[in-house]
Ligand binder design. Structure first.
Ligand code: CTP
Length: 435
């Protein structure tokens, strides 16, 4: 089968130009060149190719260096893995990337169950057989006259057409237990079925989950929490008993499912201006997922999960904060804006956002939403310099006066600069200017 026309239709002109240029150099060096794995799978399913990761049956580093010599740019290489990154010269950069990865075909073996693979240079056949699922083994050859040729050694095309997730061999999950999480992610993302024979390989591999490092298992869960239908994926993982083996505190109940069901809506809201969330404040998509998922856990449970999963410091602080706020969310009902602000300012913004999204009571929601979009920006017009000019002795009284003025703005006690000035005068005149 030749996929030349699909390839040409789904690559942008600049991607296509780049590919042809590399394919020419590969042909000259006598190296077969392929796109393989996720990009081919997504191409056949009709999505655009984002990552142009290319696999060379031969020396990818030598090819990258030859390309840079001929066309410019520079190369960094990992000789241990036979991989090279080409920092593209300006005229070859594409809309989606200014670098390109070239990978030498490799074989991977596992010293013991759940170990990281030992990587060795290999043939394209090895590279195909080292992979997780048949749907990820499809390759399209690019060099010379082979441009567009589909290589389907293991029946990947049939499985892709039928919507099937299938491992390549019976030891796949034992070698790499993260693949059980990947299987669920692909199945739910594409609406595919995990075949019975593959499902049957889960129970013997389940005890190996505890051998996975914090970083590896967290990475898989991060990938899931970045997906728009993370809720369905976690529900499936719970059903297959793949959450509790990570840690007994990791559950997925109905309230968690409901909170995560709207993850994609929340995410698009974040980008809308009414939220007033600046780029620098935007949290990682997976962090929002973690917060929505785990906010109903106790402080002790969050701490226990952190021992297993090693959250980043920022996420951990936000998880503790979200758990605290979620537990007492109804205590935000009936507060004055200044009281909401005073309480919410003590917490990381990410946690406030997540609990605000999840809150069901509209009065709680309002407090959180208004805080995020408006109240946190409200400041009095008068500042420390003005107080100094008015002869107020510098000291802790400054902060007290300025907070009192800010609260007056927040609660609608003053509405103009003049009213603010008048209030300040009253505060200064009264012998005890405490708030
Ligand atoms: N792979 C594997 N086992 C893993 C991880 C990855 O065999 N535990 C292989 C798969 O063949 C996969 C390729 O490495 O196609 C690249 O992995 P990755 O970038 O994680 O996945 P993609 O296929 O690009 O899919 P997606 O980004 O959609 O998750």
């Amino acid at each position: 089968m030749n996929l030349k026309s699909q390839l040409e239709a789904s690559l942008s002109p600049s991607q296509l130009r780049l590919i042809h240029l590399i394919a020419d150099s590969a042909a000259q060096s006598g190296f077969p060149l392929y796109i393989i794995g996720g990009s081919v799978r997504d191409l056949i399913l009709g999505s655009a190719i984002q990552d142009l990761d290319l696999t060379v049956e031969g020396d990818a580093i030598a090819l990258a260096r030859a390309l840079a010599k001929r066309h410019g740019g520079r190369v960094t290489a990992h000789s241990k893995f036979g991989t090279a990154k080409w920092f593209l010269p300006k005229d070859l950069q594409t809309e989606s990337s200014d670098t390109l990865d070239l990978i030498s075909a490799r074989s991977e073996t596992y010293k013991h169950p759940a170990a990281l693979p030992t990587v060795m240079p290999g043939s394209m056949d090895d590279d195909i057989r080292r992979r997780d699922f048949t749907i990820n083994t499809l390759a399209i050859r690019l060099d010379g006259a082979h441009f567009g040729e589909l290589r389907d050694d293991l029946g990947g095309m049939d499985d892709l057409k039928q919507g099937i997730v299938r491992v390549l061999h019976a030891k796949s999950f034992i070698d790499d237990p993260t693949r059980m999480y990947r299987a669920v992610r692909y199945a739910e993302r594409y609406g595919f079925t995990i075949v019975e024979e593959t499902l049957a390989l889960i129970p013997p591999a389940r005890p190996l989950i505890e051998k996975l490092s914090a970083q590896r298992i967290r990475h898989e869960l991060d990938l899931i929490l970045e997906e728009w239908n993370a809720a369905a994926m976690l529900a499936r993982l719970a059903e297959l008993n793949l959450l509790q083996p990570i840690h007994p505190a990791l559950t997925f109940d109905e309230s968690m499912r409901q909170r995560l069901t709207n993850l994609h809506t929340y995410r698009s809201l974040q980008h809308l201006s009414p939220w007033n969330i600046t780029k620098g404040e935007q949290m990682r998509a997976s962090d929002l997922g973690w917060l929505l998922w785990l906010m109903s856990l106790s402080q002790e449970q969050v701490s226990a999960l952190n021992d297993r999963l090693h959250f980043t410091a920022d996420l951990l602080a936000a998880l503790f904060a979200a758990s605290k706020m979620y537990a007492v969310q109804l205590s935000f009902v009936g507060l004055k804006p200044s009281q909401c602000v005073e309480r919410l300012e003590a917490y990381p913004l990410a946690a406030v956002e997540a609990v605000g999204y999840a809150a069901k009571d509209p009065r709680v929601k309002e407090c959180f939403d208004e805080y995020i979009s408006k109240w946190r920006y409200i400041k009095p017009h008068i500042n420390g310099d003005d107080l100094k000019a008015l002869g107020v002795e510098p000291g802790p009284r400054y902060a007290i006066l300025l907070r009192r003025l800010r609260n007056a703005w927040l609660d609608g006690e003053v509405k103009t600069k003049e009213e603010e000035k008048a209030l300040l005068q009253t505060l200064l005149n009264s012998s005890s200017a405490s708030p």
